[in-house]
Design a protein around this ligand. Structure first.
Ligand SMILES: [Zn+2]
Length: 403
């Protein structure tokens, strides 16, 4: 057995081969420290006295259905310079783990195409050890993403563990990468991010957020020079909620025959008119509901009208459309629409900022779908730090693997 095989297969270099032990399901290669390489792990001095050994076993892979181990009598050394007794340095494994660096690399390779569960079964170690290997790798690579060159970002919350717990994600809109994941959905979730931004001497020019008061004030306070752009999908979604609310109110008060007409129209009201299904008579059903109910008709047409705020040719026209919309909503005297008009007036600047920076939190929504796939497996986020690291790495994951 040549030492070069140990080197080429398992990255073991600077050790002498001693013997091989074949068992039913494993192969063990015994190696020993090369005496010329023995030195103090702290100061590097070769002035050392041998002080006994302790046998350790390092898993290093699987070859033709057999687990391969490296067995080493780890030398204890007394350094004549430091005057301390320590273990000799082990170069093929990280401290305190019982597998080689080569093994770690092969596990990471396998994780590119299989789940943690699959990999654990294949290499014959526990789920937790595979997870720890991945976690340490993610920590080294993704724990502190570079904020250099960051210009346009989106901020949004994601729900973990069925909505009881939230994380705030910041995305670089140029690369699609998450650059920060904070705890909770309040303004303080972002505090560590602002600190890192200041240290990085950032040049953020625009931020897309939803209508969360916490995010809005956090952005205004910490990035006073950046343009805040209110995400238009969130605005539309919020009006849709009002529309459903109005329909619910009307339904409660309606007579029996009107109830029949209103029944099942909620989705029709929220659909874009071009998506109404003719074969299912959706257009006619919607028109009937609107014709018997004036407030519902007003709310519905205002919902359709809202889109004109983001589809105008210029910012000036968009501003006019917005003013007109607010006036119509106020004139409707429908409680939910009047409130919504006030909200839009408050956010006027941030809504129209879309014409300076046409950005949205839409890309983050896409990332959220990937995160949901990741989340379906409960294991992944029992360890919230691990879960956050996986979000920071998600843009590079070829497949979103779970388990
Ligand atoms: Zn020393």
């Amino acid at each position: 057995m040549s030492t070069s095989i140990l080197y080429h297969l398992f990255g073991i270099v600077g050790y002498d081969y001693v013997s091989t032990n074949y068992c039913e399901d494993k192969v063990e290669f015994k190696v020993r420290h090369r005496s010329s390489k023995l030195c103090c792990s702290q100061c590097g001095s070769h002035e050392v006295t041998l002080r006994g050994t302790k046998e350790r076993r390092f898993r290093t892979g699987r070859v033709v259905r057999k687990n391969v181990f490296i067995v080493l009598d780890v030398q204890r050394l007394e350094c004549n310079v430091c005057r301390a007794i320590r273990q000799a340095e082990i170069r093929f494994a990280d401290p305190r783990v019982s597998y080689t660096k080569a093994f770690e690399r092969s596990v990471l390779d396998l994780l590119e195409m299989a789940t943690i569960d699959d990999v654990a079964r294949h290499v014959g170690i526990s789920w937790d050890v595979v997870k720890e290997i991945q976690k340490r790798h993610l920590q080294k690579r993704y724990a502190k993403p570079s904020l250099k060159g960051l210009r346009r970002i989106a901020i949004d919350e994601i729900a973990v563990s069925k909505g009881h717990r939230y994380l705030t994600v910041v995305m670089d809109l140029a690369t699609g990468a998450a650059v920060f994941v904070g705890d909770g959905k309040g303004a303080d979730a972002l505090d560590p991010f602002w600190m890192r931004l200041r240290n990085a001497k950032h040049k953020i020019e625009a931020v897309a957020t939803d209508m969360s008061a916490a995010y809005i004030s956090a952005v205004r306070n910490n990035l006073p020079k950046a343009k805040l752009v209110l995400d238009h999908f969130h605005v539309v979604k919020s009006l849709n909620e009002k529309l459903s609310d109005i329909r619910r109110d009307l339904y409660r008060k309606a007579q029996e025959d009107e109830k029949k007409v209103l029944k099942g129209t909620r989705w029709l009201l929220l659909k874009n008119p071009e998506n109404l299904d003719e074969t299912r008579n959706e257009k006619a059903r919607l028109e009937e509901a609107l014709s018997i109910n004036k407030p519902l008709a007003i709310a519905y047409y205002l919902k359709e009208d809202l889109r004109s705020i983001w589809s105008a040719k210029t910012k000036r026209i968009a501003g006019k459309n917005l003013t007109a919309w607010i006036n119509k909503a106020k004139a409707s005297k429908i409680r939910q629409l009047v409130t919504f008009a006030k909200t839009l007036r408050t956010h006027r600047k941030a809504i129209l900022a879309y014409y300076d920076f046409p950005i949205s939190t839409g890309p983050l929504e896409g990332m959220n779908n990937k995160i949901k796939t990741m989340k379906r497996q409960a294991y992944g986020f029992r360890d919230i730090e691990f879960f956050k690291l996986r979000i920071l790495a998600i843009h590079e994951a070829k497949h979103v693997l779970v388990g």
